[in-house]
Design a protein around this ligand. Structure first.
Ligand code: GLN
Length: 486
């Protein structure tokens, strides 16, 4: 935010290089914006003012020496599920309320090398379980476009923070839609990379076979810049893939002539808001005008099973991952007893919120002897079918185009009592994680002033295809330039 204008990474980076602004000025402006809007938006769990000022000074020194990457000196928010050395990392849970990691996640090491200025740790649904940020143990983040509505989730703080100008970009994590759905709800750009493209080392685990870190930014060029910085192999994550990383900004040519785009009809689900369907169709016509070949007749018949598969696999993995919170090693610890079993039980009873407990119970049940084959194994088989269906679609199409969410942002409180309704919010994003694919959400319109997001899905490691298409769309549209007026 400079002179009331919200800028992108690539714009600010130019200003920094030409010394029209310093990182210290930029950082102060971000911190002022945080002071101003945070009482309403509540996107941030921990504001890291001191750290930000220190990093900004170092960034300015690098600029003075003629050094620095495109991210050098630029203020960012980091979802509070990503470990930051010396900075509290809470997962918006009482369990980790006072947890200060002794190490940095790989993505943080990489951003530090690029000269990041961290202004804060962003609010989220507890342990990334949710679609509205209402499951945060601390407070609910509000949508900058309408403060009575949710920003989406689970990376709601990251998306709302970027939309409200509290930072120029953010990192989120996406297990079933948690980057793309809040990006859609807040009218910003959100990229979920291919499973294995970005290291998960230091990302607090929710569902390890689905989790992936990615950027939330003001536009597609910025998404490419951040992906350049965070992507790559890592010996500390056995699922990180040792493939070369292209320069993702090179594919932003604006030329999508002849690309084959499939429109899978199952993503236009029953109960979808008509304004959303209309906006998505209009966006697809835009892509056609740009020279893409559109096939409206695509069917991916296993799509409707994705929700059920996800809500077996993700809770199963979560129940195993969250077993580590026992009050012994780190995190919240119930101390009012000298009985060990009672201490563990009460630690988990008081440390976890209702949704987290619901997932642990679902997962424990699905994995238990006698039920494993009927639930977990069955879900894994359907997962393979979903993956194969995508594989054969990508023999015919370069990308698939769908809505990101069937609705615009809903009212705070509207779905908290009904977990199933809440789960439905991710029908369009979940299949992507199940198959480990990359996908992006970009702003594609508004209904009554509320944002609508377009999702583009590509085959594994084809992030360049996504970025190219999304960037071409942003060259001929203005949706991504509109800013919330908080
Ligand atoms: N909303 C989905 C869930 O609650 C996805 C969350 C995520 O991607 N982290 O599990």
């Amino acid at each position: 935010m400079i002179d009331g204008k919200q800028l992108t990474i690539h714009e600010v980076s130019q200003l920094l290089k030409s010394r029209q602004v310093s990182s210290c000025e930029l950082t102060r402006a971000a911190l002022e914006q945080i002071q101003k809007v945070e009482p309403q938006v509540k996107a941030i769990v921990t504001i890291t003012e001191e750290l930000a000022i220190k990093q900004a000074k170092q960034a300015d020194e690098r600029i003075a020496r003629g050094e620095g990457s495109p991210l050098n000196g630029i203020p960012a928010l980091i979802k509070d599920v990503i470990c930051t050395r010396g900075v509290r990392t809470t997962c918006s849970s009482k369990m980790l309320e006072n947890f200060v990691p002794p190490y940095d996640a790989t993505v943080m090491e990489k951003l530090n090398d690029c000269g990041v200025v961290v202004v804060g740790k962003a609010n989220m649904d507890e342990f990334a379980m949710g679609s509205s940020t209402e499951n945060s143990a601390f407070f609910t983040t509000r949508n900058p476009w309408d403060l009575d509505r949710v920003p989406g989730g689970s990376s709601g703080g990251s998306a709302a923070g970027v939309a409200a100008g509290e930072a120029i970009y953010a990192l989120g994590s996406d297990t079933g839609g948690s980057i793309r759905q809040p990006a859609s709800f807040c009218s910003v750009t959100g990229l979920k990379p291919t499973y294995g493209r970005v290291s998960r080392y230091g990302l607090v685990a929710f569902a390890s076979s689905l989790d992936q870190i990615g950027p939330i930014t003001g536009d597609v060029t910025d998404a490419a810049i951040v992906l350049n910085a965070i992507a790559g192999f890592d010996t500390r994550d056995s699922t990180a893939v040792p493939l070369p990383i292209p320069d993702y900004t090179q594919c932003l040519t604006g030329d999508i002539k002849g690309l084959r785009l499939g429109i899978p009809r199952e993503y236009f689900v029953e109960g979808m808001q008509p304004e959303v369907a209309a906006a998505i169709k209009a966006a697809i016509y835009r892509l056609e005008e740009l020279g893409a070949n559109i096939d409206w007749g695509v069917s991916l018949p296993h799509t409707p099973y994705a929700l059920a598969v996800y809500y077996i696999i993700a809770p199963s993995e979560a129940s195993a991952n969250l077993a580590r919170y026992d009050g012994v090693k780190y995190g919240f610890s119930y101390k009012d007893t000298d009985n060990m079993w009672e201490a563990m039980e009460k630690t988990r009873q008081h440390g976890f919120g209702a949704e987290v407990k619901r997932r642990i119970m679902l997962g424990t049940y699905a994995l238990s002897a006698g039920y494993y084959d009927a639930w977990y194994l069955k879900a894994q088989k359907v997962r393979t079918l979903i993956r194969r269906e995508f594989d054969s679609a990508f023999e015919k199409y370069d990308a698939l185009v769908t809505p990101t969410s069937p609705t615009v942002p809903f009212k705070i409180g509207e779905k908290v009592e009904d977990p199933l309704q809440m789960y439905l919010s991710d029908v369009c994003t979940l299949p992507v994680n199940i198959a480990g694919l990359p996908a992006i959400s970009i702003p594609a319109g508004f209904a009554d002033g509320l944002p609508i997001g377009l999702q583009i899905i590509a085959k594994p490691f084809a992030e360049e295809t996504l970025l190219k298409i999304a960037h071409a769309y942003q060259q001929v549209t203005e949706w991504h330039k509109r800013r919330a007026s908080v």
